[in-house]
Design a protein around this ligand. Structure first.
Ligand SMILES: [Ca+2]
Length: 420
């Protein structure tokens, strides 16, 4: 029996070790360390009253603190995890006790204040397991992944009949998806009321949106329409016109490398510095939707810039999206030990050429697409010429990519030949 509990402790430590590197406990994936149902399982092993010495794992690489997981019952063996200062700790899996259901980690042995695993840890910390004795009043809340390709159960927790579900699993995270909350049914129509009291076992289902990343450098830059040529948006060869600082650019020359700016896919589109300039994303949608989430990854060049509807537009099938003003700042950009104010380092006297890294900006949570083909355009709609910016005739962001979230299937007509 002693051997069995030792193996259990070792497994927990291995799970902690396996997840310590990233320092982000919220990334629960269906890997071998995933806590699917494990942290709430009922142990069949007996508990050994043997050594109570914590098992500590050492590393000298970076400053670390120790989180001790005290199982909080007589004879239990605590496990510990080393965490980089300022990071989160992962919740250990497979926490077992005979006759009890695991009911979460608390800040004190009396289990009054639940620990939030999103908390950044700066000092040594001890957490205490809470347990619910399994009896005729015990009920289970089963949280389901509710996503094809994933296991059925994400986590099961115990609660007392007539009470609230006091132990809630950490928010599930999965690359390529966005978790949208817990729902009462697999079809995700009614949001789960987590503060309600329940008398019977319940099932709760995760709602997911697919994540799509559409790169600006894969939008159409050549073979533009005669209409665009006549409007001066493309040259006589059908290449998209860009206005740069000192000269015009055409077609694929509007693509710039941006690895240093943390550009998705390593490239972005610039030079849309004149009224009417646009970047168009042609998107096929599997069904009519009204609740897609749109995030634009952008940055500013040369100057602080503020964008708002009517000045720089996000146009879906001809209608402008309403969005809250977005301010981008070149201030406080640190490069080679210098803090630059007002102008990007590439413009400041003695500047090194460094620019402002790309960032994600929330545009809308209510984007409507129709079934079939949709056109999403980013349109420069101002003529704010800045004195120092050469031939540039408007304010516009550098555009890296769009991120769209929806339960529909979205297909981007990507011109991947642009980078060949
Ligand atoms: Ca990009």
């Amino acid at each position: 029996m002693t051997k069995k509990i030792s193996l259990l402790a070792a497994a927990s430590i291995a799970a902690i070790l396996a997840s310590c590197g990233g320092g982000n406990s919220s990334s629960l994936t269906p890997s071998s360390s995933h806590p699917t149902g494990l942290s709430t399982s009922v142990a069949t092993s007996e508990v050994s009253p043997s050594s109570s010495d914590p098992v500590t794992v050492s590393s000298e690489a970076v400053k670390k603190v120790v989180v001790t997981f005290d199982l909080n019952y007589e004879g239990s063996t605590p496990v510990t995890a080393e965490v980089e200062v300022g990071k989160t700790v992962d919740e250990p899996s497979n926490i077992l006790r005979d006759g009890y259901g695991f009911a979460g980690w608390y800040l004190e042995a009396s289990c009054e204040n639940a620990f939030d695993f999103q908390t950044l840890i700066f000092d040594d910390l001890t957490l205490y397991a809470n347990w619910l004795k399994i009896d005729e009043n015990s009920r289970t809340a089963t949280f389901h992944w509710n996503l094809a390709g994933q296991p059925d159960v994400y986590q099961t927790v115990y609660f007392t009949s007539g009470g609230r579900v006091t132990t809630k699993p950490a928010k599930p995270v999965l690359v390529g998806y966005k978790f949208m909350g817990w729902y009462n049914e697999a079809t995700c129509e009614n949001e789960w009321a987590e503060n309600r009291k329940y008398s019977d076992n319940i099932d709760v289902y995760a709602k997911w949106f697919n994540e799509y990343v559409f790169e600006a450098e894969y939008t159409q830059l050549v073979d533009l329409s005669d209409e665009d040529i006549e409007a001066g948006l493309a040259n006589e060869f059908g290449e998209k016109v860009g206005h740069g600082y000192s000269s015009d650019t055409y077609g694929l020359a509007n693509i710039f490398p941006g690895r240093d700016l943390q550009a998705s896919n390593g490239f972005y589109i610039s030079n849309m510095y004149y009224r009417g300039a646009y970047i168009e994303f042609d998107i096929e949608c599997s069904k009519a939707i009204t609740d897609a989430i749109l995030v634009a990854r952008m940055t500013c060049e040369y100057f602080d810039m503020t964008f708002k509807p009517g000045y720089y537009d996000f146009e879906v099938n001809g209608a402008n999206l309403d969005y809250s003003p977005i301010s981008m700042s070149c201030k406080n950009i640190v490069d080679a030990g210098t803090i630059y104010q007002g102008l990007a380092p590439k413009m400041a006297e003695g500047g090194s050429g460094a620019e402002v890294p790309f960032a994600d900006y929330n545009i809308s949570t209510h984007v409507s697409f129709k079934e079939g083909k949709n056109v999403l355009r980013l349109v420069t709609n101002n003529s704010d010429r800045q004195d120092q910016t050469g031939t540039m005739a408007a304010m516009a962001p550098l555009v890296d990519c769009l991120k769209l979230y929806s339960d529909a299937e979205l297909t981007f007509d990507a011109h991947e030949d642009n980078l060949n």
